[in-house]
Design a protein around this ligand. Structure first.
Ligand SMILES: Cc1cc2nc3c(=O)[nH]c(=O)nc-3n(C[C@H](O)[C@H](O)[C@H](O)COP(=O)(O)O)c2cc1C
Length: 207
């Protein structure tokens, strides 16, 4: 029996993971077209659609991204409490070597689309709009059998420099995308003992 809309969404959200272990098989361009079409339906402040997706295919650019990740990751490892550094070092925090598709997602802070509506008091609403689009991308990818891994352990200026994007574009995310090696209902960081998810109504505060 087909489930309700909420049941379908619940299952999709439950199976969406941050993926770092990818198969190397390529993704069909028709699948990507479908996903990117869906993404344009994301909400954005003033209908500004400020997301800019740079597909990173070149080996030179990918090598620069990887070296930015390695430097940032080593610094991050040293910054965690000493008793957790060993655990941190054992985590796989990016699938940069395997992911067949890699996307640097930027916010065009100078876009005129939307004529500034909604961003006078909160200019960062433009950046939040890109995060909304990324969330749609993540769920749409999952619905087409793909995994997405968000890599934030990078120096944003390294990425902007090597991709030669306009200075007015802010890096929001670097995404690794591909078919996952395996599927899980629980986050990788839970399975490796770093951080459990807390299912709490205490994140909702009433005033
Ligand atoms: C803004 C953002 C940045 C993230 N950056 C990283 C990252 O650099 N490396 C990583 O392994 N996971 C990263 N993640 C994924 C989280 O670790 C992951 O969402 C969390 O552990 C819960 O797992 P799940 O997404 O599989 O439910 C990021 C997630 C978000 C939303």
């Amino acid at each position: 029996m087909p489930g309700t809309e909420f049941d379908v969404l619940r299952e999709l959200v439950a199976r969406r993971r941050d993926v770092r272990r990818f198969q190397t098989r390529p993704i069909g361009s028709d699948i990507l077209d479908d996903i990117f079409h869906l993404v344009e339906g994301a909400p954005s402040v003033g209908n500004s659609q400020p997301w800019r997706w740079v597909q990173v295919d070149g080996s030179e650019a990918r090598a620069k991204v990887k070296s930015s990740f390695q430097a940032a990751n080593e610094a991050a490892r040293k910054a965690v409490p000493e008793d957790r550094q060993g655990l941190y070092a054992n985590l796989k925090l990016a699938g940069l070597d395997e992911a067949p598709l890699q996307l640097a997602v930027f916010c065009d802070t100078q876009t005129t689309q939307g004529s500034g509506l909604g961003r006078q008091t909160q200019p960062e609403a433009l950046h939040y709009s890109v995060a909304c689009a990324i969330m749609i991308f993540w769920l749409a990818a999952k619905a087409r059998g793909l995994g997405v891994g968000w890599v934030s352990i990078l120096n944003p200026s390294d990425i902007s420099d090597c991709l030669d994007v306009p200075a007015s574009w802010d890096l929001i995310a670097y995404l690794c995308v591909g078919y996952p090696e395996d599927e899980h209902y629980d986050p990788e960081l839970e399975r490796y003992g770093w951080q459990d998810r807390v299912w709490s109504r205490h994140h909702v505060i009433k005033r």
